[in-house]
Structure formats: structure tokens, C-alpha cells
Design a protein around this ligand. Sequence first.
Ligand code: ADP
Length: 647
Amino acid sequence: MKNLLDTKTILSILYLEDSQQDFEIIQELLIDAGYRVSIDRVENEKEFVSSLLRQSFDIILSDFNLPGYDAFSALRKSIEICPEVPFIVVSGTIGEVTAIELIKLGADDYILKDKPERLPYAINRALEEVIAKKALKLSEKELRKSEIMYRTLTENIPDIVTRFDTNLRHIYINSAIEKIIGTPPHSFIGKTNEELGMPTEQVSIWNEQLLHVFKTAKQRKIEFSFLTSGGVRYFSSLAVPEFSKDGKVVSVLSVARDITERKKSEVELIKAKEKAEESDNLKTAFLHNISHEIRTPMNAIVGFSSFLNDPDLPSEQRQNFTDIIVQSSNQLLAIITDIISVATIEAGQAKTNEKETNLNTICKLLNEQYKLKAQEQNVFMSLKTNLSDNDALVITDEIKLTEILANLIGNALKFTQQGTVEFGYSLEQNALKFYVEDTGIGIPPELISEIFTRFRQVETTSSRQFGGSGLGLSISKAYVELLGGQMWVTSELNKGSVFYFTIPYKKTIPSNLSINHVNSINKESNKSKTLLVAEDVDSNFVLLEVLLSGIELNLIRAKNGLEAVDICKSNPQIDLVLMDIKMPVMDGYEATQQIIEFRPDLPIIAQTAFYTENDRSKAIECGCIDFISKPFNRESFISKIKQHISK
Ligand code: ADP
């Protein structure tokens, strides 16, 4: 841009003057005053207007009286065409009133021709004004620009921007507030937070912050919360002082950011940490318990086994010790089973194996099984079944249902010193509702919801009176849910508990496989039967030999899967195969598959220490007709063999 006050700058001047002589005087005067000028002289309206339209000038000088034209008209024209260019009247005849009128109309100055020496001063002043006006315009423009930018910015950010005056009233708030709490910004203006109905607690947090900033002139950070229609939202606000020219804090600007999500994840993290710690503590307690639970039967097994070697041991004592060893082994097995069940449930691998099942049979067997124990404890045990044997024939997972009931009855007896334990079921709205009720120690109300959690036991002290891994209920509940039902408990401390669970009632049409027919096998019919036992471990084979010694059978042994296949090929008289799964050379799955290719009717029973539902279904998929898990329960093992060999 041209610096008009620089003496090196050539000023372009339009001079409306009909007298050549006057023009020359003025031109000379300006040159003498040190101006470098380029002056266009015009003599009438036409020339004046066309010059203004054609070119831009730094200054316009105008005579007052011209033939057919005058300074008033020229001034109006110049204001119309180029309002920013200074207009100075140079005249010999102008009176004071006219001069004032000209100034009022917009002329910058007037010079009398008999005192022309004032002209350079007038030009200088007019140019200074032009420069000042331009600067002002520029800064106004900049201000407007930055104002627009600032507004665009504050109106488009998600943060809440608020300005407070010294009375803590809102003097500005951006539209983010409306998006967050639904109140438009104008409702805030001129009001304090208190007047806006902010909760007292929040008001005092805000006021404390704002007053602090006003007082110390230092920024301050706070956190506060708002109750919005979508729930509580948390904000972190930074309040900064705004100063007047003399350094006083005149307002405080606060920028508040929504930190709800961060807060939530903080809370979740804390919860997760607490949960992890709790679970860690539970696991430690569990390990202690498990260790105790395993060591107790192990101690009995190791201790009493060593006495058995004593040839002088009286037979009555020997029998007693053997009973203890068997009982302890069963206890140990139950714990291992529980741990595996939990691992299976946790891995999401637990599956159901639903088939025709008679509820009454299950209940009666369990009643028989636990009655003795109850009698020993002087607890009266009873069973209430609600359906006829025919109606009690349902489709469900017999093993899991038995396990659930056995666990609940076991617990009821464990936690009941005297009184009764009653169990049974009823049919309610197409669901079977089972219950196990006791008059035992009961459960404290605050722990009722906890006992279904893994490893959770009411008593956690080292002097625990009752054994148990703390896994039974969590397994049972998981099984009930797997079967499509629910489990819950009602209990009163020192009065007793009732555990309930439901399963869907899927009735079946009675088949021939009624309870009374199972296991009714004629011993004589086995005389000519041949059983192939595929078993690689000698001690296991010896055990099988002993177990089977009560049945008259021809026993053949194979030491691996391949041998089993070969023996089956060369011995068509084989009636039944007892197939171990984990064997060298060829495993039991493979051997079964090969055998049923040439002997599709030969029944093969898998026998394995692998225990899970998956192992069972894999064996069935390979062609086995049944599954026996190790260690064998003597009675059920023999009844299974009898059942299959008699077919
Ligand atoms: P545990 O092997 O310890 O019995 P459970 O998961 O079966 O494990 O039971 C968890 C806890 O629930 C028990 O330790 C006991 O504190 C409480 N509990 C379960 N059944 C009963 C009951 N019938 N009466 C009183 N307390 C019970």
C-alpha cells in the first residue's frame, strides 16, 4: 500500500479549477512545500466526473465557483464516487457560513486563495485522517474476522464455553450446553448458577472456583456433574481469568469438557481391579481348601494302605481299613470331578446329553443312597415324588440331573445336624420344580446370593467345620441353566434352607426300557460269551479281571488298538469289547472305527480315565455304544457289562 505521508511518494491530485493562473500558483506552492505531485486539472463537471470514474486520486482540490458548476455539486459527486478521498475547497470568495456548510456536507477543509500557505498543512492533516480511517477500518475488519472465527469455533466444539462476570453471572455460553442439557444458551445469560437452579453442592463448587480465579487471577481446574435426561454426566472445567487494560480480572472464561466416558471406564477399571483381587483371594482360599480336601482322604489312603501289608492284621480291622480307603478314594474322586466340571463349564464346553429318563427312578435311587448316611446322623430323610412312573418319564440329561440333586442332598445332610431332609419335585406350568429342604444351619441373608459363586463358602476360616470345595453349587447352578432352568434358595439362619431348581418338562412316550427291566440278566446266559478287553496298563487289566470274576466269561486281552482290531478279525465269537481310549500304537477311537467297519453289530464300550462330556460324545461318535469312566464304580460297572453282554 502507498505511504501517503512519505515525501518520496507522488501524490495524485485532481484539481477542479478554471483558472490556469490559480492552478499554477497552487502547484508551485505544493512543490515548494516539498510534495511530489501529479496534478490533473479539470475545468467543468464533465471532465471532473470522467476523471473520478477513470482514475483514483489521493486528494481532490476544488475551486468554489466554476462556470456552470460549483464545489457543493463536485463534493456530492466525489462522495458518491470515492467517499474515502479527501476533498479540500480552494476558493477566493467563500464566506464562513458556506465554508461551514461545506464541512458539514463532508469536505475535509477549505483554503482561501489569498492565504494558500495553509494548503500543505490541510493536505497533510487530510492524508493523516485517511490513513487513520483506513487503519481503523482494517482493524475493525480483523476484529470482525476474529470474532466470526472465535464464534464459529466456540459454537462448534463439544466443550461448554462459559464467560462469567464479577457477579458470577453468565455473560456468554455456547450452544454445546443445549446439546448436553437441552436448555438454550439464552436462558443462561444474566443469571448465576444458583438462579439457574443448579444443586447447592454444585453451586458451591463453581462459586469457589470462580471466586478463586477472580481473586488470584490464576486459572483453576474443577470437576462437576450435571443431571441430564440421559443420566448423570461428568465434566472437567478449566477456568481462566480475562483481564481489562489496567490488569484487573473482569471476567472468567470456563471451558468444560465432558469426561463421563473416562469416568465410567475409571469406575469400571476400579471394579475390575476389585473383582480381580476378590477372585484372587477366592482362588487362594480355594487352593487352601482344595489342598486340605485332597490331603484329608489322601492321608487316610496312604496311612491305612500301609497297614494292609501287615499279615497279622485281624480280618475285621482289615475290612474296616479297606472301607476307609474306598470311602476316601471316592471322596478324592469327587473333588477331582468337581474341578474338571468347573474347568469344562468355564471353557464353555459343558454339553447336555438328553435321553429318556425316569425321574422317579433317579429320586428313589438317590433316596436309597443317602438314607443310610442320614440315619447315621440321626436325620430323617424323605422323598416326595409328584408324578406317576409313566408321567415321570421325561427327556433330560440323567447324569447332570442326578449330579445336581446329589449335590443338594449331600449339602443338606452336611449342614444339618438334626431334624429332617426332604426332597422331591412337582410339576408347575410345564416345568419340573425340584426342591431339597433341610432343617440345618441355614445361610446368613447377606451371603445367599454369594453361595452360587465358585469357591464361595459361608465359612472361610481355617477352622472350617464342614468339608467341601465350594464348587458344588456353582456347578449345579450352571448345569440347571444348561438344562434350561433356574436355581435359587430360601433360607433362615439356624432354621434351615430350601434349594429349588426348575427344568423344562419334556414328557416322553413310555418305551420298553422301563426301570424294572434294566439289569435283570440271567447269569447262566453269559457262559459262552467272549469279552475282549483292550487295555495297555497291566494293573488296570488285573483290576478288570478281578471285577469280572463274578461273571462267567471268556476273557481275551489286547494291549493296544491295533491288537484289538486284529483279534476281532480273527475271533468272530467275540460278543463285547471293552475299549480303553488312550493306548499306544493305535488309540481306542481309531480301533473302534476300524472294528465296526467289519463287525458293525459288535457292541464296544469305551472305558477311559478321560471324563468329560466331550470324551463321552467323541466315543459315541466313533461307534461305541456306551462309556464307562475310570475309576470304576464296582456295581455300575458290572451291571453295565451284564446289560450289554446279555443282548
Ligand atoms: P461346598 O463344597 O463347600 O459345600 P457348595 O458350592 O456346595 O460348596 O456350597 C457353598 C456353600 O454354601 C457351602 O460351603 C455352605 O456354606 C453353603 N451351603 C450350601 N448348602 C447349604 C445348606 N443346605 N445349608 C447351609 N449352607 C449351605
